[in-house]
Design a binder for this molecule. Structure first.
Ligand code: DX5
Ligand code: ZN
Length: 215
């Protein structure tokens, strides 16, 4: 069964309590929390302060996706805010190995995210040191974009790399995931589905989460 990680970026920020309660009662496994700095991506979302509130609102895993430059400056703040998984972008890290070591030393799981143009082969020397790969299936920065089909090939390649090395690394797909394309995403070898608009714009978000979970 896939891990379902609804992205709160698409939640109703005027009534987050309602959306958190809905998620807590649903089959969702993780809260996917998108942090944007207006520098690495052309949008600004929220930071550790809001994550502290989400941490208080749920016992589910807080999966924090940092779309920011110099993530090493903030790793400790995100740990203190309650992040369980901290994902940094390969494209934002000159010293990626040092960054993932720092995240693990702080007691969090370490994830690495790749933009659509970055080849999964760039991960071959870091896969041993991480817990999760987040493959962006849209250009990061905004919810509600269209899934880039080439991601399916990247998932297959990455699944092969992970299995050949005998590792246990989660493959998370982020951007444009729908009930229609999720089966092929899972068939290609991914095991974590992020879904923003598909969940929060649904007329019955809980049922949509259950449908994704049942795939
Ligand atoms: C995009 C974010 C995603 C986004 C996904 O930069 O990383 O997590 O919220 O939203 P949907 O599922 O609507 O594409
Ligand atoms: Zn994300």
């Amino acid at each position: 069964m896939p891990i379902i990680a609804p992205s709160l970026l698409s939640a109703n920020f005027l009534n987050l309590q309602a959306d958190c309660s809905m998620l807590n009662e649903s089959d969702a496994d993780w809260y996917h929390l998108d942090v944007m700095d207006g520098r690495f991506v052309p949008n600004i979302s929220f930071g550790p302060m809001l994550i502290e509130f989400f941490r208080k609102a749920t016992t589910k895993v807080c999966d924090v996706h940092l779309m920011i430059l110099e993530p090493e400056k903030y790793a400790e703040q995100f740990k203190n805010a309650g992040a369980d998984i901290l994902t940094v972008h390969l494209e934002a890290c000159t010293h990626l190995h040092r960054n993932v070591q720092q995240i693990r030393a702080l007691g969090m799981k370490a994830g690495v995210a790749l933009n659509p143009h970055t080849s999964v082969s760039c991960l071959s020397d870091i896969l041993h040191d991480i817990d999760l790969v987040c493959l962006m299936s849209v250009n990061p920065g905004f919810g509600g974009q269209k899934f880039i089909l080439h991601t399916i090939e990247k998932i297959k390649q990455l699944r092969k790399m992970i299995d050949e090395k005998g590792l246990k690394v989660d493959i998370e797909i982020d951007g444009g995931v729908t009930l229609d394309n999720a089966p092929s995403i899972i068939a290609a070898g991914a095991n974590v589905l992020v879904a923003g608009n598909t969940v929060f714009k649904s007329s019955d978000p809980k049922a949509t989460i259950a449908q994704l979970k049942a795939l």
